[in-house]
Write a protein that binds this ligand. Structure first.
Ligand SMILES: Cc1cc2nc3c(=O)[nH]c(=O)nc-3n(C[C@H](O)[C@H](O)[C@H](O)COP(=O)(O)OP(=O)(O)OC[C@H]3O[C@@H](n4cnc5c(N)ncnc54)[C@H](O)[C@@H]3O)c2cc1C
Length: 445
């Protein structure tokens, strides 16, 4: 029986014109060096795999598939990097958020261990692609610092270093308070760790570079091509946009936090939150010299975390959780500025040049999932705010699995779909309740 998923604007589809990106353009849209190589779809097309979503997942998959001789067509209603991939803060962090012991408990000893091993290597794929395709994205391989604001947080950081070191992954070490004050240029934290494999980059340049790489391997990448309907025709799929239909043997939905109505299993298992980022103007040299002299990326151990680093022009960009519906005015970024000043009082009076926001896709178990809800239809989503490296690596993994006809249980990812979440408005209320609880816990433990 053919199955049709059809979107109507009233029902679910992203309203690209109303997205907060239009009112609050990001730092990256002003500073990206790579240009967008995509064009809108105009007319019908055929390919082996149609990919919905031109972020790191979709483009990583297209590159992996094209390398195996499988033709791909990537469709995005916005443009490559329109979603999280062009708006994030640009920290390249390896590993799942959950530790190896938690992964083993949740997914079985052997499978959890395979996931932890895979997680430790995900940033290698980012560095390899940037190198192979000479992507100009201001990559700084200077490390990632995870500082703790209290003793309970410090214990969680210490456990991470202990487990990763026991597992034989080099590169992590603790940093004592005095050295941390020097490295961060802030007295806000009591200790932390550094992962020397961490990095930062211009995320929109990276996304555009991946699009260029996919096209150079033969992929078609189409901007301004919103998919309004996917239709299982038994012998393949038709993927409809307003200006043309793509017929393909298989479909990958790589829409993460921007999944909207195309596939019920994605809708059931994805919660979204906005995270807001601000960037100062390029700082005067004397102030810039006091902040992150080693140019690392930072995100702290808070459950509702603060994250920041310096861009290539010497701005500080700083982010934390926004509200559920997204920003409506500059005031919706005031709490981000207050957080930044609590860490860096020396930034008082520095003008804020950019404010922007994007959605993060969460799953119920805080781990990204690959799923195949129907034969020929694949999904990959739920990076929980850690997608620069993870989504790139998941994309490659899914691309390979689609060509080799692997079962999901054979991949180092959760061996089942993401848990179902309550429907709206309960889901949104749950997110608000958990956010408030986490803020409370962050204050006391
Ligand atoms: C502000 C912010 C800061 C972050 N900071 C970091 C960080 O520092 N480090 C880190 O590792 N991760 C970070 N993340 C998370 C990371 O950006 C994401 O996990 C990652 O980009 C997800 O990539 P993706 O390709 O799966 O999805 P996305 O990049 O979100 O791409 C999904 C695409 O699907 C398209 N789409 C959806 N529906 C349709 C449709 N019907 N038709 C056509 N196209 C459609 C959208 O237009 C979108 O471009 C951050 C996220 C945000 C928002």
């Amino acid at each position: 029986m053919p199955r049709v998923a059809m979107l109507s604007r009233a029902q679910n589809m992203i309203d690209y014109g109303a997205d907060c990106q239009n009112r609050f353009p990001s730092l990256w849209s002003a500073t990206a060096v790579e240009t967008d190589p995509s064009v809108p779809l105009d007319g019908d097309a055929h390919c082996d795999v149609a990919i919905v979503g031109a972020g790191y997942t979709g483009l990583g998959a297209a590159i992996a598939l094209q390398r195996k001789g499988v033709s791909t067509c990537v469709l995005d209603g916005g443009f490559p990097g329109w979603g999280g991939s062009g708006r994030n803060s640009g920290a390249v962090i390896r590993g799942f958020k959950n530790s190896r012991s938690v992964l083993e408990k949740e997914f079985g000893k052997e499978h959890g261990r395979a996931m932890a091993d895979f997680g430790a290597t995900v940033s290698d794929e980012v560095f390899a692609l940037i190198d192979e395709f000479s992507i100009a994205c201001d990559l700084k391989r200077t490390g990632w610092i995870l500082p703790a604001h209290n003793k309970a947080g410090l214990a969680r950081v210490e456990e991470r270093v202990r487990l990763w070191t026991e597992d034989g992954f080099p590169g992590l070490s603790m940093i004592g308070r005095d050295e941390l004050v020097r490295q961060l240029g802030s007295r806000h934290y009591i200790g932390g760790m550094i992962d020397r494999e961490g990095a930062s980059l211009n995320p929109l340049s990276y996304a555009r570079g991946l699009a260029r790489a996919a096209i150079s391997l033969g992929a078609r990448v189409h901007r301004e091509s919103p998919v309004v309907r996917i239709d299982d025709q038994g012998m393949g799929w038709s993927v409809e946009t307003p200006r043309g239909t793509v017929r393909a043997e298989k479909v990958l939905l790589a829409t993460d936090a921007y999944s909207a109505g195309l596939e019920p299993s994605l809708d059931r298992s994805t919660a979204t939150v906005h995270t807001n980022v601000i960037a100062t103007c390029p700082l005067p040299a004397d102030i810039a010299a006091t902040i992150l002299p080693g140019e690392q990326a930072v995100s702290d151990i808070r459950r509702i975390l603060y994250y920041w680093h310096k861009d290539a022009q010497g701005r500080v960009l700083f982010g934390t959780r926004g509200n559920l519906r997204g920003p409506r005015s500059a005031r919706d970024f005031d709490h981000v500025q207050q957080a930044m000043l609590s860490v860096y009082p020396q930034l008082k009076g520095q003008p804020i040049e950019f404010r922007w926001s994007g959605k993060v896709g969460l799953t119920g178990d805080f781990v990204p999932h690959v799923n195949q809800p129907r034969p020929g239809l694949w999904t990959s989503h739920g990076y929980c705010g850690r997608g620069v490296a993870m989504a790139t690596a998941y994309g490659k993994l899914v691309g390979r699995a689609m060509t080799a006809n692997l079962a999901i249980a054979d991949l180092p990812v959760p061996n089942g779909p993401a848990p179902g979440l309550p429907p709206e408005p309960l889901r949104g209320l749950g997110v608000i309740a958990v956010t408030n609880l986490y803020r409370l816990l962050d204050a006391v433990n």
